[in-house]
Unconditional design. Structure first.
Length: 254
């Protein structure tokens, strides 16, 4: 893939977003009664980690994609609040993969980026995220896989700014060899064209070069909470749930 691809993709994304605005999304849940927060604003927890770190696994267990359906065995916070009743989970990658299957102007741009292990233009990703957020009455969003680089951060600050408060950056730490093993196992059944050894190595390289500086940036702001995700999934889930519930009690009105 040409070294010009990232720049070409970014340019194409900007043109398409300018022409078509916020893009369609298959993840547009809605709540009958919107959740109220202490400041009246929406809040978000960015969930970051390398490919195969377990971001989607943990988040989808905390809160199924979109608005949660029932409370199940969720830990209850103050006033009987639960994560599923107050949060919505969206995966940037899932939103993009869903959009690429549609007959949309951006499908080819998204497909080329994902297939090569490159980052999708920030304007496209943010358009899908904003559409998903606007369709939900949740008080706090768990956002898996965003922001991945400086362009994403810039697009967020320009397009969202203080309209959605960044509460935490949950960083799942995992050795690269463990993540690679998970990706290879997943690739046997996922059907994803980015679950290959070649693309995985490119994604790891991009993560080290472009995403880790974002983690470091938010860490300097005191927003990062690190969780080791190379442990049994139940232990990782319990630790993440405790972190998210404590934040929920801080920002959600009972």
């Amino acid at each position: 893939m040409s070294s010009l691809l990232p720049g070409a993709l970014a340019f194409a994304g900007t043109i398409l977003y300018a022409k078509y605005g916020a893009l369609s999304s298959t993840f547009l849940p809605s709540r009958v009664v919107p959740v109220k927060t202490v400041d009246g604003k929406k809040h978000v927890i960015f969930v970051l980690g390398g490919p195969g770190a377990g971001k989607g696994t943990v988040c989808s267990r905390l809160c199924p994609s979109g608005d949660g359906d029932g409370d199940g065995d969720c830990r209850k916070g103050r006033g009987g609040l639960t994560v599923r009743s107050t949060h919505a989970f969206f995966s940037a990658g899932d939103l993009l993969r869903a959009e690429r299957k549609r007959d949309s102007p951006c499908a080819r741009v998204i497909n080329d980026a994902i297939s090569s292990g490159s980052f999708v233009p920030a304007s496209i990703t943010l358009g899908l995220i904003k559409s998903a957020f606007e369709g939900s009455g949740a008080g706090v969003f768990l956002l898996d896989g965003f922001p991945r680089n400086e362009d994403n951060v810039g697009a967020w600050e320009e397009g969202v700014g203080g309209g959605v408060v960044v509460d935490l950056v949950l960083f799942l730490e995992c050795p690269e060899e463990t993540m690679l093993g998970r990706i290879m196992d997943r690739g046997r059944t996922s059907g994803r064209n980015d679950d290959t050894l070649e693309v995985a190595r490119k994604r790891f390289e991009n993560f080290r070069r472009e995403t880790m500086p974002i983690v470091n940036k938010y860490e300097k702001e005191g927003k990062v909470v690190r969780v080791r995700s190379d442990r049994p999934v139940d232990r990782v889930y319990d630790e993440v749930e405790e972190i998210v519930v404590k934040n929920m009690e801080r920002v959600i009105l009972a």
